[in-house]
Design a protein around this ligand. Structure first.
Ligand code: ADP
Ligand code: MG
Length: 901
C-alpha cells in the first residue's frame, strides 16, 4: 500500500530515467502524479472507419502501417510518410497517409507492420487523405490493450523522455495500487458531488463521457474552491486590519455635487453610496471601481475623497502618468478650491500646493516602510517581492543585464583596484556619495565602506517615474557606473593621484529571501570587527544604515563621526505646513518622502497600470486607510473573481447621457488621402484631433526620430491647422504646456504616442486616428478610443492599418462593432488563445491544473460563493469542521496563515 505523499522513487517498478523525466514535470509524489491531469481524452472504445473526406474536427483512428517512406525537399528537409490501412479494410476504404516534416525521431519509431493510433485532422491533399503531424501511439502488445485501448483513453501532455503512453501506464498502475482512503476531500460536500478519490480515478480512466465530465466538475470545483479560500482569507485578513471610519456627514459632498455642471448618473450615485457605506464602517475598505472609459469615475473618486476630508482625514489620489496626475490636479483645483479644500500635487517633475505653503515635510516617523537594524528583529518592509512582476514595468529579460530585476534588493560588493586602499577621507567620499542618491535613485538600507571594498544593501528605484508612460528602473549597471566614476574622480582629486580606484568587476547578488536579507545585513554591520579592521568596542564610522540616519536626525544626542557627516548633508527640514487635504500624484507618492499624517483614503486610478505591490505600499500603514482602486479595463468575470477576488467590486455600467456617438472605422493606409479630407472638415468645425503612433519603446532614439519625422509630415498634411508633438521623452514641464495648449484649443491636433493612453480628458477632441492600429492590443485600442466621445459632439475613431493579416482584421472589426468595454474585453479574451491567462501570474495566485478561467465561469462562481460563506460564518476557521481548510490555505500560500492564530 502506498500513500498520497509517497515519493515515486519508493515504488520499485518505475525505472530511473522515467523518474527523472517525471521530475522535470514537477512530479515527485503519487499525489503529484495523480493530479497531473489528462489534457484531453480519446474515445478508443471503437475506432471509426477511415474517412474519405476531410473534416474540421480532429479524429482518432487506428490502423496498420503498410508502407513508410522518406522524401526530401528543399535540400536538407525531409518528409516522413507512413501509410495506414484500417483493421478490416473493405472495398471502399481509403488508406490514410500520415506525414511528419523534419521530425527524425518519428521515423525511428514507426515501422511497417505496426499497429498505430493517430489523432489529427484528415485533409484532402491531391487525391490522398492525409494527416499532417498527427499525435500517434504505437500499439506494442495486446496486453496493453486494456490500458490504452478499448476505452476512453487519457492523453497527457507529452514531455521529453516520457511519451503519453508511458505516463498513462504509470498512472494506471499507481491508481490500481492506491487505496482510496488516502485522498482528503478539498471542497465541502455541499459544493461537490462524490468522493475526491472517485473523481481522480475517473478523470484518468473514465467509464463514460458523463463520468469524465462529472469528475472534471468535481476537480475543477475543488481547485477553484482552494483558490477562492486563499483569496477569501486574504480578503478577510485585510478587512481584519485595524481600520477607522473615514466618513464625514456629507455636507461638503452635497456642496460639491450642487456646483457640478451636470447631474451624476444613477450608476455613479449607486457607487458613491456603496463607497459611503464602506467609509463609514470601521474596517478598511478594499473596493474596486470598474467603469468603462469615460463613464465618469473621477467624479466618484472626488466624492469619496470629500467624505474623507470632511471627516478630518487626508486623501491620496494616485495616477499612473504625469499627464494624468496633472489633469486630475487641475480638475480638483477647479472644483474643490472654491469649497476651500487644500490640494497638493506631487510628481517627480513637479510639486505644488494650492495656497502659499511650503513643500512636504520629511517624514519624521520612521514609519512602516523603513528598515530597522536587523538586530532589532524587525525586517525591512519588503512590499515588493522579487517574484512579482510589476505591471507596466519597462523591461524585458533580454534588455536587462544578467541579474537585474526591478524591485529586487541587491547586496553589492565593490572592490578597490589593485593596491588602492581607501583612506579615511576617501571613505567619507564614498559614504557620502552613496548617501547622496539615497531616496532618489535607490533606497539604501545599509552600507559599509572598508579600506579595500564597499558593501551595500539597496533597492533601485523607478527613474523619472512620472514623466513616462511606463515605469523604468535605475539599472544596477547605471547605478554602479555613476557611483564609481563619481567617487573615483573625487578620491583621485583628494589624494592627488590618477588611475583607476575601483575594480572593473563587482560581485553582486540579489536577495532571495528574508533570511538572506538578515544574514547579509548582519554581515555588513559586523564586517569591520569580523575582519579585524576595527577593534572590539571601537567605533567604525564608515557604516551607515537607514535606521541610524533616522535616529540621528531625530535626536541631538552625541553622534558618531558618520552620522554627523551625514547630518550635514541631509536635506534641511522645513517647518510643517498645514497638511494638504488631498494629494494628487504619480508613483512619486510611493517613493518620495511624502508624509501623510492621517491618511484616510487612498484612491488609485487606472489600477491595472500599477502592480499589486504598489497598492500594498500605499496602504501599508496603521490604522489602514480605506482603499479605492479604479480601472477602465474591464476583464471577464472569471478573472474579476480571481485577480480582484479580494476586493469588493462596484461597477459603473452607464455612460453619462450627454455623449455624442463614437463612430469607429478601419481604413487601409492607402486611403489616407480620403481620411485626411474628412479630418479637415471636422477641424474646420473647430473639433480637435489626436494622431497616435505605436512607438513600442520610447527610450529608443530611432523611434523618437521616426515620430519627429512623422510629425513634420503631419504638419504639412494638416496645414494651416496647428499641431504639436507629444511623447514620453519630452521633459515633463514641456509636456504639460503642450497639453495645456491643446486643452485650451490653441493647437488643433496632437501627434502623440501612447502617453495618451489613459485618462486624458478633452471634450472637444472628437477624432483619434491610430496609425498601424494592428500593432496595438484590443484593450489598448479601446483605451485610446476612450480619449474621444467625451463631449456632446459626434466622434470618430479611425484605425489605419495596412496589414492584411486575418487576426488583425478580426481584432479591429471588434472595435467597429462595439464601443462597450466589456464586450471588447470578452472578444479580446476569445481572440487570445486559451492558456493566455492574462494577469493571473501577476496576482500571485497558484497556477491552475485543471480549471479553465475561460470556460468555467459558473464553477468559479459557485466555488467562490462556498468559500465566502465559510469565511462569513467562521472567519478565523475555528469550527472543528473548518479546521481542515487551514491546511489548504497554508499549503497554497506557502507560509503560515497569520490571521488564524
Ligand atoms: P473615466 O471614467 O474614463 O475616468 P472621467 O472621470 O474622466 O471618465 O469622465 C469623463 C468626462 O465625463 C469628464 O469630463 C467628466 O467631467 C464628465 N462626466 C462625469 N460624470 C458625468 C455626468 N454624470 N454627466 C456628464 N458628464 C460627466
Ligand atoms: Mg479616468
Amino acid at each position: 500500500m502506498i500513500n498520497i505523499s509517497e515519493n515515486l522513487e519508493n515504488l520499485s517498478w518505475i525505472p530511473r530515467p522515467r523518474l527523472l523525466a517525471l521530475r522535470r514535470l514537477g512530479i515527485e509524489t503519487t499525489e503529484d502524479l495523480l493530479t497531473h491531469f489528462p489534457r484531453r481524452h480519446e474515445d478508443r472504445t471503437e475506432f471509426p472507419q477511415f474517412p474519405r473526406e476531410e473534416t474540421d474536427a480532429p479524429i482518432c483512428l487506428c490502423g496498420e502501417v503498410i508502407k513508410t517512406s522518406v522524401r526530401r525537399f528543399g535540400g536538407w528537409k525531409k518528409i516522413f510518410e507512413a501509410t495506414l490501412e484500417q483493421a478490416q479494410p473493405n472495398a471502399l476504404s481509403e488508406p490514410l497517409v500520415c506525414r511528419w516534416f523534419n521530425l527524425h525521431y518519428v521515423q525511428k519509431m514507426i515501422a511497417t507492420g505496426q499497429r498505430i493510433v493517430v489523432f489529427g485532422r484528415p485533409r484532402l491533399r491531391g487525391k490522398r487523405i492525409c494527416m499532417d503531424h498527427p499525435e500517434f501511439e504505437v500499439i506494442e502488445n495486446d496486453e496493453e490493450i486494456s490500458i490504452h485501448f478499448r476505452r476512453i483513453t487519457p492523453i497527457y501532455p507529452a514531455t521529453e523522455g516520457l511519451s503519453p503512453r508511458v505516463l498513462r501506464g504509470i498512472v494506471y498502475r499507481v491508481l490500481r495500487e492506491f487505496p482510496d482512503a488516502g485522498w482528503q476531500p478539498i471542497a465541502p460536500s455541499t459544493l461537490v458531488r462524490g468522493e475526491r478519490s472517485d473523481a481522480i480515478r475517473a478523470i484518468h480512466f473514465p467509464e463514460s463521457w458523463e463520468a469524465r465530465d462529472a469528475a472534471r466538475e468535481h476537480l475543477v470545483l475543488s481547485e477553484f474552491f482552494a483558490m477562492q479560500m486563499l483569496i477569501a482569507s486574504r480578503r478577510f485578513e485585510s478587512s481584519a486590519r485595524a481600520g477607522q471610519a473615514h466618513c464625514g456627514p456629507g455636507a461638503l459632498l452635497e456642496r460639491f455635487l450642487k456646483a457640478l455642471p451636470f447631474e451624476l448618473t444613477a450608476a455613479q450615485r449607486k457607487v458613491v453610496s456603496e463607497i459611503q457605506r464602506d467609509l463609514a464602517a470601521n474596517y478598511p475598505m478594499n473596493r474596486l471601481l470598474q467603469g468603462d472609459v469615460g463613464s465618469g469615475k473621477t467624479v466618484v473618486a472626488i466624492s469619496a475623497m470629500l467624505l474623507a476630508v470632511e471627516a478630518g482625514y487626508q486623501a491620496a489620489f494616485m495616477a499612473p502618468t504625469q499627464i494624468l496626475a496633472e489633469q486630475h490636479y487641475e480638475v480638483l483645483r477647479r472644483w474643490l478650491e472654491p469649497l476651500g479644500v487644500h490640494i497638493a500635487l506631487r510628481t517627480a517633475a513637479r510639486q505644488e500646493e494650492s495656497g502659499p505653503l511650503p513643500l512636504f515635510a520629511r517624514n519624521e516617523n520612521p514609519g512602516s516602510a523603513r528598515l530597522q537594524r536587523a538586530g532589532d528583529g524587525i525586517l525591512p518592509s519588503r512590499t515588493f517581492l522579487e517574484s512579482e512582476s510589476t505591471s507596466g514595468a519597462h523591461y524585458s529579460p533580454r534588455r536587462l543585464p544578467h541579474f537585474e530585476k526591478p524591485w529586487a534588493i541587491y547586496a553589492v560588493t565593490i572592490t578597490t583596484a589593485h593596491r588602492r586602499g581607501l583612506g579615511p577621507e576617501a571613505r567619507n567620499i564614498v559614504l557620502n556619495a552613496w548617501r547622496h542618491f539615497h531616496n532618489t535613485r535607490y533606497e539604501l538600507f545599509a552600507i559599509c565602506v572598508m579600506p579595500d571594498h564597499v558593501q551595500a544593501l539597496f533597492q533601485p528605484w523607478p527613474k523619472n517615474e512620472a514623466s513616462r508612460e511606463e515605469t523604468k528602473f535605475w539599472s544596477l549597471a547605471e547605478l554602479m557606473r555613476s557611483l564609481k566614476s563619481f567617487t573615483a574622480r573625487d578620491i583621485n582629486r583628494a589624494e592627488e593621484k590618477v588611475g583607476p580606484v575601483w575594480e572593473k568587476e563587482t560581485f553582486d547578488r540579489y536577495i532571495r529571501s528574508d533570511r538572506d536579507l538578515v544574514e547579509k545585513f548582519h554581515y555588513i554591520l559586523r564586517n569591520p570587527w569580523d575582519a579585524g579592521v576595527a577593534k572590539q568596542n571601537e567605533e567604525y564610522p564608515w557604516i551607515w544604515t537607514a535606521e541610524d540616519e533616522m535616529r540621528a536626525s531625530r535626536s541631538s544626542s552625541p553622534q558618531n563621526a558618520a552620522t554627523s557627516t551625514l547630518q550635514a548633508c541631509a536635506p534641511q527640514r522645513l517647518p510643517v505646513p498645514r497638511d494638504p487635504q488631498i494629494t494628487v500624484g504619480t508613483h512619486a507618492l510611493l517613493y518620495e518622502s511624502v508624509s501623510f499624517s492621517n491618511l484616510g483614503l487612498a484612491v488609485i486610478d487606472e489600477q491595472h497600470k500599477f502592480g499589486v505591490a504598489q497598492r500594498a505600499r500605499l496602504t501599508a500603514r496603521e490604522p489602514a486607510p480605506d482603499t479605492l482602486v479604479m480601472t477602465a479595463t474591464p476583464i471577464p468575470r472569471t478573472l474579476t473573481m480571481t485577480i480582484y477576488g479580494d476586493l469588493d467590486v462596484s461597477t459603473i455600467d452607464e455612460m453619462p447621457g450627454n455623449r455624442g456617438k463614437i463612430v469607429t472605422a478601419v481604413r487601409d493606409t492607402a486611403k489616407l488621402g480620403e481620411v485626411l479630407s474628412f479630418l479637415r472638415t471636422q477641424l474646420e468645425k473647430g473639433r480637435q484631433l489626436y494622431v497616435i503612433y505605436p512607438l513600442i519603446d520610447e527610450s529608443d532614439k530611432l523611434n523618437v526620430k521616426a515620430a519627429a519625422a512623422e510629425y513634420e509630415l503631419w504638419r504639412e498634411r494638416l496645414h494651416p491647422f496647428g499641431c504639436e508633438l507629444l511623447h514620453g521623452r519630452i521633459p515633463a514641464p514641456e509636456k504639460q504646456q503642450i497639453m495645456d495648449r491643446f486643452r485650451r484649443g490653441d493647437t488643433n491636433a496632437l501627434i502623440s504616442t501612447t502617453v495618451l493612453e489613459v485618462g486624458v480628458d478633452v471634450a472637444n477632441a472628437t477624432m483619434v486616428l491610430i496609425e498601424n492600429a494592428e500593432r496595438f492590443g484590443l484593450a489598448q485600442l479601446h483605451q485610446l478610443r476612450g480619449r474621444i466621445g467625451r463631449g456632446e459632439h459626434k466622434s470618430y475613431c479611425i484605425l489605419l492599418s495596412s496589414s492584411q493579416a486575418k487576426e488583425a482584421s478580426a481584432k479591429l472589426a471588434v472595435l467597429e462593432r462595439t464601443t462597450n468595454g466589456f464586450e471588447v474585453a470578452e472578444a479580446d479574451w476569445e481572440l487570445r488563445g486559451p492558456g493566455d491567462v492574462l494577469g493571473t501570474a501577476q496576482s500571485g495566485l497558484p497556477a491552475l491544473k485543471i480549471g479553465d478561467l475561460k470556460r468555467d465561469v459558473e464553477l468559479m462562481r459557485r466555488a467562490r460563493a462556498a468559500a465566502m460563506s465559510i469565511f462569513e460564518m467562521d472567519a478565523r476557521l475555528e469550527l472543528p469542521e473548518n479546521q481542515r481548510f487551514r491546511r489548504l490555505i497554508v499549503e497554497q500560500q506557502g507560509q503560515s496563515f497569520s490571521h488564524v492564530s
